[in-house]
Design a protein around this ligand. Structure first.
Ligand SMILES: [Zn+2]
Length: 100
């Protein structure tokens, strides 16, 4: 039973992370500070349970300042052929990932 518990926790952690990102998305317009808070909580869950934040959600968080990023609001998104370049307008951090 002991080894059955771990995948369950991991699954729970993933669900919670996804839920928090949904909440962040909803909260952003009215309460950007709350959105950042949700992201912070989800990062903590991810660390505690050693669960990675899913790739598509990771792109919505600034690695440097931890802000929840919304394109055209607090982040700038550009394409340079093969890559997507996201600039956090709060701290200026830039991240790139391959464009699919
Ligand atoms: Zn930032």
């Amino acid at each position: 039973m002991a080894d059955k518990k771990k995948p369950f926790n991991v699954d729970m952690a993933e669900q919670r992370i996804k839920r928090l990102f949904k909440l962040a998305e909803k909260a952003y317009k009215k309460r950007p500070d709350l959105a950042d808070r949700y992201v912070e909580i989800s990062r903590r869950i991810s660390m505690r349970h050693r669960v990675g934040i899913p790739g598509e959600l990771k792109r919505k968080v600034c690695k440097k300042c931890g802000s929840y990023l919304v394109a055209g609001e607090n982040s700038r998104v550009r394409l340079d052929g093969k890559n997507v370049i996201i600039t956090c307008l709060k701290c200026g951090a830039i991240k790139r990932y391959p464009y699919k």
